[in-house]
Write a protein that binds this ligand. Sequence first.
Ligand code: TPP
Length: 566
Amino acid sequence: MATNQLTGAEAFVRMLQHHEVKHIFGLCGDTSLPLYDALYRLDHGIQHILTRDERSAAYMADAYARVSGKVGICEGPSGGGATYILPGVIEASESSIPILAVTTDVSVSSRGKFTLTEIDQEALFRPLAKWNRVIDRASDIPKMLRAAFTQMATGRPGAAHLGLPFDVQKDAVDESDVWADKALGRFPARRVGPDPDAAAEAVALLLAAKAPLFICGGGVVISGAESELKALAEALGAPVATTISGQGSLSEMHPLSVGVVGSNGGTPFTRAIVEKADTVIFVGCRAGSVTTERWRHPAPGKAKIVHIDIDPAVIGTNYRTDAGVVGDARLVLAALGRAVIAGTPDLARRTLTAADVAAARKEKRAAFEALARSNDTPIKPERVVAELQAVLPNDAVVVCDPGTPCPYFSAYYDFETPGRHFISNRAHGALGYSMSASVGAHYGRPNAKVVAVMGDGSFGFTAGEMETIVRLKLPITMVVISNSVYGWIKAGQRSGFGERYFSVDFSRTEHAKVAEAFGVKAWKVTEPGELRATLAKAVEHGGPTLVDVITQPLNEAKAPVSEWVA
Ligand SMILES: Cc1ncc(C[n+]2csc(CCOP(=O)(O)OP(=O)(O)O)c2C)c(N)n1
């Protein structure tokens, strides 16, 4: 190697450094040896977090990105590593979260020879990632990383996959080509503002509206547009509802906050608010099946639709749109806010107000509180939400798996502080996300208390990662909703298939004992009266903790779910 040259693996590490990467989540493999050796030898200031499954590494990178605003990095080896990392790549990409998944690969020179682990890794990721390449020549590494970071962090953010063959990691790269725009290590980068004409059309509709309502998706928090949203909503006197991913767009204690709407976490009370709107403003939201209860609420044709999104293709896909504004949510909301304030909206004409929101919240609360105070056993899910809310600080990060956790926390946990404090994997909803994601959330926001809430089905998918949590001494609290059933599916069999329960029940696992075997401090709670004190102990403990809660099966509960098949 000439003095002004690096190996491909070294150049790769330096390129991460240029993008100000501080953490990599990953799992070792044969084809990764040159990369690991470069990480060993170079002085780079990057911490490598060794995981026990590549899927977990990708989920960690995903949650890390969600709470930190930095691109998340994960890596795994060829073949099995690549296929195992895949679920996290699609989850992040579909959720508009930038993660770079690096899979090392067999040597370019070994291709097509039945080499162990060989698979066309570029083809594997083609439908999953926003940007995807297997690099054939070491000299392409810097340029490919610049392209990957540009694609991940700009426009609609998304995941990238980069394949690094073994020989490419060892070949030479010119040091002079190793440079980057460090701004691309964070997202959204290179924000794009609105077309003034499109913005003016939207403003005219907002000023004419009698009952405007915002429905915010993940785009508001991704863009960091919380203040701009609040200013515009207050100027208009317009209530703000969110999707599950949109939680944190506005404090849920704000008088205009409706909370989550839709089939998963919405309630009849929140739906009634949607029905009252004469103008719905979707912001950073795809108006998908869950948010709109299969495109019934808002009812098509009833309300005027204003749609703001960074992705032009989202606008008009699901609703006939009266004004569409393409651009970064923060820039668009700021521009609309200035124009709306200048136009002095007539708030006296409002037919949907903070008073309607207060009334809906009161009714929703009353229905919830009755169950949340229940001393019935098994413990009601409502009680779990209420007791956790009572012991967690406002700046905690709660990560929820599908099943019981997602709808219950979406409906009933009040996230007081705006910004990302709630994470759930809403793109594909694969079980077994929250435990790993909580690790990424911890590294992304090390001073916040992080809690993972999972069904026992999810626990079975991910339990091995407790070794990682213990090895790294992470102060994460895990809560297991133990009900010995794939409850969500059983609920679907109950509501739509004549209670013909088929292959959904499984046996009880002693989750606390499993956790203790890993070295996690753990409790099992069967009595509602013991739940709060136990959760408080778990949350205050400085190391990893788990609380196993024997809970009412979801299929028997009064779940805030209007549709089991979305
Ligand atoms: C990987 C994966 N496989 C299957 C499903 C379909 N699915 C959705 S919810 C659910 C049941 C969840 O069971 P559990 O984690 O025990 O939570 P509960 O519903 O009982 O609260 C299943 C199997 C899924 N979401 N992800």
